[in-house]
Design a protein around this ligand. Structure first.
Ligand code: NI
Length: 177
């Protein structure tokens, strides 16, 4: 079931999400809904904060925009970066800041420790788009959005642009209702 995406600057996007302790049906349903929502919007990753739930849950599918959709679903519960290396600057966007894209500096490689839907621990490592998605989504769980990673000046300029985009986005939402 698709859920509504929370749009910046909502408080829930600036708040640290709580650790998941019970791996129950509620979490399974949340993950299912997060995938539905992400595919519907053409994103490659989504954090629970973005559907208004303050739990440490992330979903990623790098094939979200291709015909392979649903083939490589990654579910990360209570994820934590354990190793990171290198540096890459690349353009990034976020479903919670519709229409805004900025170049963001991220580690080129990360290793992440997380739990699956059964509560079992596993590790995942990646570079390229996967490394970027992992860092972007784990940031969300810590109440950080990608423009928080910019210099103060760049962030201010991005916010100015975003305010205009947001007005346009909200107008379109009303028209489509
Ligand atoms: Ni995002």
């Amino acid at each position: 079931m698709e859920r509504e995406i929370v749009i910046y600057p909502a408080d829930v996007l600036k708040t640290r999400a709580e650790e998941v302790k019970e791996f129950n049906e509620e979490i399974k349903k949340l993950v299912e809904d997060m995938f539905d929502t992400m595919y519907k919007r053409g994103g490659v990753g989504l954090a629970a904060n973005q559907v208004g739930v303050l739990k440490r849950v992330v979903v990623i599918d790098l094939h979200s925009r291709t015909e392979k959709e649903g083939k490589e679903q990654i579910v990360l519960i209570n994820p934590e970066i354990v190793t990171q290396e290198g540096e890459v600057v690349k353009e990034e966007g976020c479903l919670s800041l519709p229409g805004l894209y900025r170049k963001v500096k991220r580690a080129a490689y990360v290793k992440v420790k997380a739990q699956n839907l059964e509560g079992e621990e596993f590790e995942i490592e990646g570079e390229g788009l996967l490394a970027r998605a992992l860092q972007h989504e784990i940031d969300h769980l810590n109440g950080i959005v990608f423009i928080d990673r910019l210099s103060p000046l760049q962030k201010r300029l991005a916010l100015e642009k975003y305010r205009k985009l947001k007005r346009k986005y909200e107008k379109e939402l009303v028209q489509n209702r």
